[in-house]
Design a binder for this molecule. Structure first.
Ligand SMILES: [Fe+2]
Length: 301
């Protein structure tokens, strides 16, 4: 009782390229790297009247949960829309990606030269009550890790904006700090089998070789989600991000669960650990300290 987690830090900026002093930038970067969420309640992403029609899951194709631009070729996926609709969707999502890029360049200028652009997505479906396997159930607390995309130690930095037109907040649970989570789950992670990464790469399951770091982070994601007792008992905070608000965090570090909400824009960036202000605050360095060995080298065959 009396637990104060203080997972979220509010900033009053209302522009995507705010004027930030060097001292403020150092501060914001420190807060982010400590595993907190930077929350900008006044930072809105405006849609024009023609774009509001896209606030509907009807545009999604098949089982896709989002309309998105891939990091590398920026081609629109996740929808069967054609012609003018498709072009307008593409430009709306591109515009969000540009805004989000400006924001991170302003708040964390130390990263700018080294940030790699990942997917830009728009998620028009309701997050609550979706039928899915426990592994894909994002209403369970987790740290992000991507099975098909080994990061080899790179960070996952994400910018989110709620654009819900009915006043509905995006409701998150935020879990305990990364080091406390890692203390619990690291003893349950077995070392990867020699040669496994070469097999996965050859089979096309992964796009680049997995490191031991990737292996541990994937196991963490699954162990956290599979443990319902932990989901309930872990220190956690609920936070509602209202429409018209933006927030930023390292989603590979902040334990998060999305309990409800609809209509969200999201931009992913990747950042090499050594470009952080304090690389020792990263999951990679924390895990290396705990295991006493280097984890971002390719898993040996
Ligand atoms: Fe996530």
């Amino acid at each position: 009782m009396g637990l104060v987690m203080d997972s979220v830090q509010a900033l009053s900026f209302a522009e995507w390229n705010p004027a930030v002093t060097p001292a403020q930038a150092t501060d914001f970067t420190q807060i982010l790297e400590a595993g907190r969420v930077l929350y900008l309640p006044q930072l809105t992403f405006e849609l024009d009247s023609g774009e509001r029609q896209f606030l509907s899951p009807q545009w999604l194709e098949g089982s896709s949960k989002s309309l998105y631009l891939k990091g590398h070729d920026r081609a629109l996926r996740g929808t069967a829309a054609q012609g003018r609709d498709r072009a307008n969707m593409q430009s709306m999502i591109e515009r969000f990606g540009l805004r989000a890029t400006r924001l991170v360049n302003s708040l964390f200028p130390i990263y700018s030269a080294q940030l790699q652009l990942g997917n830009t997505s728009f998620r028009p479906c309701e997050a609550a009550g979706r039928k899915q396997s426990w592994r894909h159930d994002d209403t369970r607390l987790h740290t992000d890790a991507f099975p098909s995309q080994p990061l080899q130690g790179k960070r996952i930095l994400r910018v989110f904006t709620n654009v819900n037109p009915q006043g509905k907040a995006r409701l998150w649970r935020i879990g305990e700090p990364f080091p406390a989570m890692a203390e619990k789950f690291l003893p349950l992670v077995r070392r990867p089998l020699p040669g496994k990464h070469a097999v996965l790469t050859a089979l096309g399951v992964t796009k680049s070789p997995r490191t031991e770091y990737d292996h541990i982070m994937l196991r963490f994601h699954d162990l956290q989600k599979a443990d319902l007792g932990y989901q309930k008992s872990v220190p956690q905070e609920w936070f509602a991000f209202p429409p018209g608000a933006t927030w930023v965090c390292f989603s590979d570090q902040v334990m998060h669960a999305v309990m409800e909400g609809q209509h969200l824009f999201e931009q992913t960036f990747y950042l090499p650990v050594e470009r952080q202000q304090q690389p020792e605050a990263s999951p990679l360095r924390i895990l290396e300290k705990m295991t006493g060995r280097r984890l971002a080298a390719l898993v040996a065959d």
